[in-house]
Design a protein around this ligand. Structure first.
Ligand SMILES: Cc1ncc(COP(=O)(O)O)c(C=O)c1O
Length: 329
C-alpha cells in the first residue's frame, strides 16, 4: 500500500499502521509469507546490506566478540570493521571445525553457507550447538539457498538473514533484504533499528518480492539444476570447479542454489569467456531468471585467482547453458 502516514484513530496503539517507516500492510503480507517459509518472524529491509547491518548493530555491543567468516560476502567484513566500535572481531574460514573452535566468549557467530564466492558449506546444526553451549547467537546469511533450500532456524540458528535482491526476488529488478528470528525481544529490537535507521523497503518492491515468491520453488529448482549441469560439464573438461555439492554438510540442503565458481587460467581468458557467451550476461549479483557471470577478482574484495568466474545459472534449459558454455570456452 502506498502511504507514508495512515489514518489515525483513538489511542496510540489502537491500530497497527501509523507511519510508513514503522509498518506497512504490504510489508506485513510479505513478512507473513517469509516467516512461514523460515519458521519464524520475518522483517523486511531496504536491501541485504540493510538487513545484515540491522543484525550486527542490534546484537553486538561494545565489549562483545563477533566471530565472522572472512570468505563470505564482503559487506559483513566492512560493517564489522568500520562500524562496530568496541567490538572484538575474529575472522574465521567457512569451515565447521574452525568456526566451532572460535565460539568461546562470542556474542554472535556470523556464517554464510554456501559462502560467496567459493561456495564452501559449513554445518549449521553443529555450529549452532557449539555456539549455544558457549552462550552465543548464530546468524546465517541464507541468500543463496533461500529458506526453500535450507531452513536455518530449524537447523538451530537464531537468525536467518537474506539478500532478497538475489534468488528470492529473482528478476534482477528489486533491492530487498530480510531477517527472520524466533525471539520476540529480538524482533522488537530489529524493528526499532529499522525505524531509527530508516532502512525501509518501498511498498512496490515489497509487493514485487511477494509476487516473486510464487515462482521461487520453480526458479530455485531449475537454476540449481543449471548450475549443477554447468559444474559437471566444466569438470569433464578438467576445469577447477567450486560447487556446494563438494561439501558433506550440503546434505542439509534441499537445493544447492544457482551458483557455480570456476577458474580459467588468466583474467584475459575469463574476460574473453564472458564476451563470447551468448546466454550469459556479464553482471554482478546472482539468482536472476537470466544467466549472469562475473570475473570476481575485478572487485578486489575476495581471495580468488584472477581467472575466477562466479557463474549464476538462470532458468534457461540446463542443456542450453552447457552448450553455450562449451562454445564460449
Ligand atoms: C551473500 C550476500 N549477502 C548479502 C548481500 C547484500 O545484499 P544487497 O545487495 O541486497 O544489499 C549480497 C549481495 O551481493 C550477497 O551476495
Amino acid at each position: 500500500m502506498f502511504a507514508a502516514p495512515f489514518h489515525l484513530r483513538g489511542a496510540k496503539d489502537a491500530h497497527e499502521f501509523g507511519y510508513g517507516r514503522d509498518a506497512n500492510p504490504t510489508w506485513s503480507a510479505l513478512e507473513g509469507a517469509l516467516g512461514a517459509l523460515e519458521g519464524g518472524t520475518s522483517l523486511v529491509f531496504a536491501s541485504g546490506m540493510a538487513a545484515l547491518t540491522a543484525v550486527l548493530m542490534t546484537v553486538c555491543k561494545p565489549g562483545d566478540k563477533l566471530v565472522a567468516v572472512h570468505d563470505g560476502y564482503p559487506g559483513v567484513r566492512f560493517v564489522a570493521q568500520e562500524r562496530l566500535h568496541g567490538v572484538e572481531v575474529q575472522f574465521v574460514a567457512t569451515d565447521t571445525e574452525e568456526i566451532c573452535a572460535a565460539v568461546e566468549g562470542a556474542r554472535l557467530v556470523w556464517i554464510e553457507t554456501p559462502s560467496n564466492p567459493k561456495l564452501d558449506v559449513c554445518d549449521i546444526a553443529a555450529i549452532s550447538a557449539a555456539a549455544h553451549a558457549a552462550g552465543a547467537l548464530v546468524a546465517v546469511d541464507n541468500t543463496l539457498a533461500t529458506p526453500l533450500g535450507q531452513q536455518c532456524l530449524a537447523l538451530g540458528a537464531d537468525i536467518a538473514m537474506m539478500s532478497g535482491t538475489k534468488t528470492l526476488c529473482g528478476h534482477s529488478d528489486v533491492l530487498l533484504g530480510a531477517v527472520s528470528v524466533r525471539d520476540p525481544e529480538l524482533v522488537d529490537a530489529l524493528k526499532r533499528w529499522r525505524s531509527q535507521s530508516g532502512s525501509v523497503v518501498g511498498a512496490f518492491e515489497a509487493w514485487l518480492a511477494h509476487r516473486s515468491l510464487a515462482t521461487l520453488a520453480l526458479r530455485l529448482e531449475r537454476s540449481s539444476a543449471g548450475a549443477l549441469a554447468v559444474a559437471g560439464a566444466l569438470r569433464e573438461r578438467g576445469v577447477e570447479v567450486f560447487h556446494p555439492s563438494d561439501h558433506a554438510a550440503s546434505s542439509q540442503m534441499r537445493f544447492y542454489g544457482c551458483l557455480v565458481g570456476f577458474v580459467l587460467d588468466s583474467a584475459e581468458h575469463a574476460q574473453a569467456f564472458l564476451q563470447r557467451s551468448e546466454l550469459v550476461a556479464e553482471a554482478t549479483s546472482f539468482g536472476g531468471v537470466h544467466a549472469t557471470a562475473e570475473r570476481r577478482d575485478r572487485w578486489g574484495t575476495d581471495d580468488v585467482p584472477p581467472g575466477f568466474i562466479r557463474y549464476s545459472a538462470g532458468i534457461e534449459d540446463p542443456e542450453d547453458l552447457v552448450a553455450d558454455l562449451l562454445r564460449a570456452l
